[in-house]
Design a protein around this ligand. Sequence first.
Ligand code: SF4
Ligand code: SF4
Length: 160
Amino acid sequence: MFFGAGAYYCEENNLGRDIGVEEALDVLEKGRKAGLVLQPSNSQNPATLCMCCGCCCLFLKNIKAMDKPGRYVHTSYYARVDEESCVACGACADRCHMDAITVDETAHVNPDRCIGCGVCVTECPSGAMLYKQKEKPDQYVPPVHIYETFMNMAMERGKP
Ligand code: SF4
Ligand code: SF4
């Protein structure tokens, strides 16, 4: 999905069509049910919103190939298991696009691989997979808009 100027561009160039809030929410629900990772552009007012998987998506596929995807992705959240409630069904591990979960007597999340997407949380039948916010120093505040994001990237690349 595209928002704001990007949406006008797509519409004017026959690259997409205008949809309302209700249809947008339906699309999101479809993505959630399919276990796709929600990927807004990196800003508080996102210009785009993708829903992708770890086998086809350019970004997720490359992140997944890294040893520690959880260390490269800007996220303020992570998944954690309540071992008392876990019934070791493995549904979360099947869903995780980052191969971050292993299951023996209970599920375990590897924090180095967890990108905090939350896909495993909605799949857990016993409410044992919890979605937690990181502590203050590790919380990430995205730039206000995408232009600021690109400016930050350009400035970082321009460093000697
Ligand atoms: S939030 Fe869950 S599904 Fe997403 S990467 Fe972490 S463990 Fe995997
Ligand atoms: S989906 Fe829930 S109950 Fe099943 S293994 Fe994962 S955490 Fe445990």
